[in-house]
Design a binder for this molecule. Sequence first.
Ligand code: SF4
Length: 220
Amino acid sequence: MKSITYSEDQLLPISAIAHFCYCERRYALIHLEQLWAENRFTVEGEILHERVHAEHHESRKYFRQEYSMAVRSLAWGLIGKCDLVELWLNKDGSRQKVSPVEFKRGRKKESDVDRVQLCAQALCLEEMLGVTIESGQFYYWQEHRRSDVLIDQALREVTIGLLERIRALQDSGQTPQAEYEKRKCDNCSLVDSCMPKSTNARAKQVERFIQNNLHLIKEL
Ligand code: SF4
């Protein structure tokens, strides 16, 4: 276990990992410049999570389900919410197994981003509950079925490396330039604020101007 290094106001939201993986500029617009806009995908995600919390809660003698569980880790500097945490108990009441479950729209297609977010939830639960988490699950709403994810060393290393990159961007305070990519920009809720085509073109114009006038700048 890592020693405690982060204070409450330094905690990164687990949801920020998805923004960063989708586009580093998107992360910076939301988390450095405090911009946010909804689109179909963000609204569908919220509706799904509301439905999750209205679902059946199961509780037996040695098994419990906790929906919408707030989690955090001061060691890893993370804060967030698990859609569902399942806990299996031993007869003496101690925890035998803990597993986070993340609900997804549509069919099975989890990406590394999804796995990293699940791993971040597991890191928080391990610190909060004093357990080791070996696996989690995704639940696919459209298919009504679950898929297992191993929280192994490789996934932990990817997650920790990503957290370091996010913190480096956060500490730099610099919003990266826009790079227009049809596939991601056309589905991004921030496209109107970001203006990836024009901001990219403007940045290139400035760069060209500097290159063309480098000799003048050197003479100054
Ligand atoms: S519009 Fe494109 S470049 Fe801009 S934040 Fe969204 S994904 Fe990133």
